[in-house]
Design a protein around this ligand. Structure first.
Ligand code: C2G
Length: 451
């Protein structure tokens, strides 16, 4: 009996796939089809796959062409499979010509002509979503660049002046918003009221209550509202959270994160800083993300300690935010123009998780125990700092109504709440304020703890 094997993702099964399978089958008597797993596809840079592994397997099975199906999970598996199943012929489409010649050491390799004029990418692009961009920053540029890797997501108009917002909304199905954080609420609300899906740079708002209102509005209108915290979409970070929630290091006792970047603010005056984001707005959401995702949004108390820019009393160059929970603590350090090790450490009763700097865009983490022989290292592909996955998830949520699970609305609201409290001076202690602003707590808008 001549055994043939072929592999593929087979997303949104189409005529090109069917012809390939029929011809592969005709090469022998028994056809095995390897369907790629989601992780394997992600690792090889295919992030747009619409259907789940189960759906894709079901669709190939229902054709009745394959005699057997298997799941392709790792690089190099083809050699293992060919040996294990005693394969005579490996067949694949001609788009792979030459790439699998190394399998000739194990069996015959046949490249079958690819069917022209049809592809899963084309089918995905039919449900395209036009994303309008608001704002000017490297973040906006990155969104535009990464959208090029997500089939079906098309960048539409791009504006930097809010006066053009109505036109932008008219011409877009969805918007990505990057504005001053205090402008986000109005811009998001208007987009939702106009029936547009929204991907908004973090923080979504400066008030907890605003977030609840905006999420309710999105839900009522059947629209997607997503906070653009790219770290939440990086595979390594998302897997770390799942692993820790499954008890990998026992009970979580402490979450400690640090995020800083160097920026030159020396000699700047308050007006020079007016269009810049302070540390807590820029880095705070990312720093707080693991605290709220691992310990929950309901802390008992918090304390924000900030060192402000000498000429801008609301511009924190550095802040440390300490959260107290019933049985755990969280601590976040953020800074601009300040440098520290940007790592994430999660302390547990059985071990700890260590994510090296810069932890917010990592492809690696380690779970460590008292006995180093038990330590485990985890590696995942990081495409486009997490932005690519974020855009793919946004598109799937908007077009295919897939549930969003990466940033919980309560986490978004908790982040907004902390930043709002900072602005209102609640739970805030300002370093040096006694010396620099004698009796200046009102001036700083603090709650008066420093006087
Ligand atoms: N195919 C085809 N004609 C098309 C589209 C696809 O003949 N118009 C073939 C491909 O060449 C491949 C198979 O159908 O042999 C499955 O295609 P995909 O689902 O795109 O999978 P692919 O990424 O090619 O996976 O380990 C995975 C394999 O290496 C190939």
């Amino acid at each position: 009996m001549k055994k043939v094997i072929t592999y593929g993702t087979f997303d949104l099964l189409h005529y090109g796939h069917i012809r390939l399978l029929e011809r592969a089958k005709a090469l022998g008597d028994y056809l095995i089809v390897g369907i790629t797993s989601e992780d394997f596809d992600k690792a090889r840079g295919k992030i747009n796959v619409t259907e789940s592994l189960a759906e894709r397997m079901e669709a190939v099975k229902a054709l009745g062409i394959a005699d057997e199906l298997l799941v392709e999970e790792y690089e190099g598996q083809k050699i293992d499979d060919i040996r294990r199943y005693g394969i005579d012929i490996f067949a694949i489409g001609s788009d792979w010509r030459g790439k699998f010649d190394y399998l000739r050491d194990y069996c015959e390799v046949v490249y079958l002509d690819r069917t022209e004029g049809i592809s899963s990418s084309d089918i995905r692009s039919r449900d395209r979503l036009v994303l309008g961009l608001v704002g000017a920053s490297t973040n906006v540029d990155k969104i535009a660049r990464e959208a090029g890797f997500v089939n079906g997501l098309e960048i539409g108009r791009s504006i930097t002046d809010e006066r053009d917002y109505d036109e932008l909304l008219r011409d877009s199905d969805a918007v990505y918003i990057y504005a001053r954080p205090e402008r986000h609420y109005d811009l998001v609300k208007k987009a939702l009221e106009s029936g547009r899906h929204v991907l908004c740079e973090t923080p979504l708002s400066m008030k907890k209550a605003d977030c609840a209102e905006l999420f309710a509005l999105a839900e009522e209108s059947g629209l997607v509202l997503m906070e653009a915290i790219k770290t939440a979409f990086s595979t390594a970070y998302a897997r770390l959270v799942l692993l820790l929630k499954s008890g990998k290091i026992g009970e979580i006792v402490s979450v400690d994160s640090a995020c800083t970047s160097m920026e030159e603010f020396e000699g700047a005056e308050e007006k020079d800083l007016s269009d810049k984001w302070n540390s807590i707005s820029d880095w705070g959401p990312i720093g707080m993300l693991p605290v709220f995702q691992l310990l929950g949004p309901d802390y008992i108390e918090k304390r924000i300690t900030s060192r402000m820019h000498p000429s801008a009393p609301r511009f924190d160059l550095f802040s440390r935010i300490d959260f107290t929970y019933e049985n755990a603590v969280g601590s976040v350090r953020v800074g601009k123009g300040v440098k520290t090790e940007g790592e994430l450490v999660v302390t547990g009763t059985k071990g700890y998780a260590y994510v090296p700097a810069p932890w917010w865009k990592t492809d690696f983490f380690e779970i460590r125990y008292e006995n180093p022989a038990e330590n485990q290292r985890y590696f995942y592909q990081l495409e486009g700092e997490g932005i690519r996955n974020m855009l793919a998830d946004f598109l799937k949520a908007a077009v295919h109504k897939s549930p969003q699970t990466r940033v919980e609305p309560q986490v978004t609201a908790a982040i907004a709440g902390v930043i709002g409290d900072f602005c209102a001076g609640k739970d805030l202690r300002i370093l040096g304020s006694r010396r620099n602003h004698a009796g200046g707590n009102e001036e700083n808008g603090t709650s008066g703890e420093n006087s």
